[in-house]
Write a protein of this length. Structure first.
Length: 165
């Protein structure tokens, strides 16, 4: 088990309920929604619900991928509400259906940029402008997401080829 300094911040129940409701809109294998949420005094827990695993998913791989999607949706929903998530994956090696324990810390600043995905002043047709790259790079550092810049010429070529959505 990973030892972490846990937040003593209590998240209002309605915010957790709204975050979980939004998270549960995540796609799942055959819409099976094979997850089960449990909230206790200190944390939120995500479990695999074996009763909801599709019979054709013999290894439960698709169910686990579905649970990963719901966990990511929770992280995004809580960030939009002003809460950072600290996720402890597979916290109990003796209980493999316990997929994650989640702690929350209130963020000091929530901007429209935190709530926005692919629109706004940082983006132009799905690509970040060259002047916004430093700000975007800072935003993804906490999640260790690598960023690579696409030159204007390459961006134009990609747009012309029709590979953007």
């Amino acid at each position: 088990m990973v030892n972490r300094v846990r937040s003593m911040t209590t998240v209002p129940t309605d915010i957790v309920e709204r975050g979980v409701a939004l998270a549960c809109r995540a796609p799942s294998y055959h819409n099976s929604q094979p997850w089960h949420w449990v909230a206790d005094r200190d944390r939120l827990h995500l479990y695999l619900d074996p009763n909801r695993v599709v019979q054709t998913d013999f290894t439960q791989r698709q169910a686990l991928i579905s649970c990963g999607a719901v966990l990511d949706h929770l992280r995004v929903a809580m960030a939009a509400a002003g809460w950072e998530t600290m996720i402890d994956r597979l916290p109990d090696p003796n209980h493999l259906e316990h997929l994650a324990s989640i702690d929350f810390t209130e963020t000091t600043v929530v901007t429209d940029g935190h709530r926005r995905r692919r629109s706004g002043p940082y983006f132009d047709g799905g690509f970040a402008s060259e002047t916004s790259m430093p700000a975007l790079s800072e935003g993804v550092k906490p999640n260790r997401v690598p960023m690579r810049s696409i030159t204007s010429a390459a961006s134009f070529a990609i747009r012309q080829s029709g590979f953007t959505t």
